[in-house]
Design a protein around this ligand. Structure first.
Ligand code: NAD
Ligand code: NAI
Ligand code: ISE
Length: 344
């Protein structure tokens, strides 16, 4: 069975996903596309030689597109409306992060999905599919370093555009750590705090960069995450877990080392597209395979999207207050329990 897919948002990541479904993965075909910028939608069809219909908007694509699943890769504020329309029509959904830009919006999606009665939605938290994080999780789950006590992490982008704002360091960037780290240590967040170090001279006016986020889990694990989005030198993701009996660290991306001009060096990637290329492949193949084999996706759920957004909202509040803010989650409905939530 080939999963017929419609793509809503043919920008940077929309096209990356179109490309991998068309050229790399098996079991899916892009049959419909739309974008608020119609020219972009037309170009994506031409660029990848798709046999796909271009629709004027998400509503018509979902209603008339003859699709089994929709990929929502538009900008964040548009996600909620498209997800709700897709659930209403009983279509499977792969939605890039954030699921919705507020916790209330995520909860509306959770409620709509539960009302529908079957899981339809997977959120694009691809780090759970990255082999480095999967190895870290295996080490922690097998008690290799004893109980985790502290995590030291960094999320660095070389540069960002003028439209990137201080809160986006949380809602657009940290959101990946928010999701993957509590999954990694099997714990929930209790509180968050945000510190603003000395400002990087490369940060545009109005943007506070870098930022240091401190998350505390319910069992007392302290996690610090440096967010730097003007680090200049590369796209660099770091994660070190300090346990009772040892330390495990996210592997560096494999690269040749060189000796040249009196220096010993290795290349660093510059772009998220390259850093997580394998994780995106595994993530989307898993989405399609789960639907084929089990009749529903079993990657990160709408409930995971809700947890991430509640935590992100608390971080944004902490940016403004300068204080420690509590993370208050509703109780997880039975509907979302016993989900595999992993790539394995
Ligand atoms: P982008 O700006 O390149 O693309 C967004 C596209 O959505 C644009 O083509 C825009 O015209 C279109 N769009 C906006 N509103 C729309 C609407 N209402 N209906 C239809 N199309 C609409 O952005 P991007 O970098 O591709 O990011 C898109 C999403 O992917 C964001 O949610 C972002 O957070 C997420 N993202 C995730 C990762 C990751 O690592 N998982 C990486 C990059 C981006
Ligand atoms: P982008 O700006 O390159 O592309 C977004 C596209 O969506 C644009 O073409 C825009 O015109 C279109 N669009 C916006 N609203 C729309 C709507 N209502 N209907 C149809 N099209 C709409 O953005 P980018 O970088 O591709 O990001 C898109 C999404 O992917 C975001 O949610 C972002 O957070 C997420 N993302 C995830 C990444 C990851 O690592 N998982 C990496 C990059 C982005
Ligand atoms: C982007 O949307 C992503 O998701 C990338 O993974 C992240 O590093 C970047 O900061 C975001 O803007």
């Amino acid at each position: 069975m080939t999963l017929k897919i419609g793509v809503i948002g043919t920008g940077a990541i929309g096209r990356e996903h179109i490309k991998r479904i068309t050229n790399t993965l098996s079991g899916g075909e892009i049959v419909a596309v739309t974008d608020v910028n119609q020219e972009s939608a037309n170009q994506s069809v031409e660029q990848y030689g798709l046999n796909a219909v271009v629709f004027p908007d998400d509503a018509t694509l979902i209603a008339e597109g003859n699709v089994d699943a929709v990929f929502i890769t538009s900008w964040g504020p548009a996600h909620e409306g498209s997800v709700l329309k897709a659930i209403e029509a009983g279509k499977y959904v792969f939605c890039e992060k954030p699921l919705a830009t507020t916790a209330e919006g995520c909860m509306r999606i959770v409620e709509a999905e539960m009302k529908h009665g079957k899981k339809l939605v997977q959120v694009g938290f691809m780090r759970r599919y990255d082999s480095g994080y999967v190895q870290l999780k295996e080490a922690i789950d097998n008690n290799f370093i004893g109980e985790p006590l502290m995590l030291h992490c960094a999320h660095r982008n070389p540069t960002v555009g003028e439209s990137y704002s201080t809160d986006m360091a949380i809602s657009d960037t940290l959101i990946h750590e928010i999701d993957v780290l509590h999954w990694l240590v099997n714990d929930d967040y209790k509180s968050v705090q945000v510190l603003f170090p000395k400002k990087n001279k490369y940060a545009h006016q109005g943007l506070r960069d870098p930022q240091m986020v401190i998350l505390e889990t319910k069992t007392g694990i302290i996690i610090n995450v440096e967010i730097s989005v003007n680090c200049q030198y590369g796209y660099d993701i770091q994660c070190e877990v300090v346990g009772e009996e040892g330390i495990v660290k996210l592997p560096e991306v494999a690269s040749i080392t060189y000796r040249k001009n009196a220096a010993l060096g290795a290349n660093i990637l510059m772009d998220w597209k390259d850093r997580f290329i394998d994780a995106y492949d595994v993530e989307l193949q898993h989405f399609m395979d789960s639907i084929r084999d089990n009749g529903e996706p079993n990657g990160p759920t709408a409930w995971d999207g809700y947890i991430a957004q509640v935590t992100a909202d608390a971080c944004i509040k902490a940016q403004e207050s300068g204080r420690k803010e509590d993370v208050v989650l509703k109780e997880q409905p039975d509907f979302y329990k016993n989900n595999l939530k992993t790539a394995q």
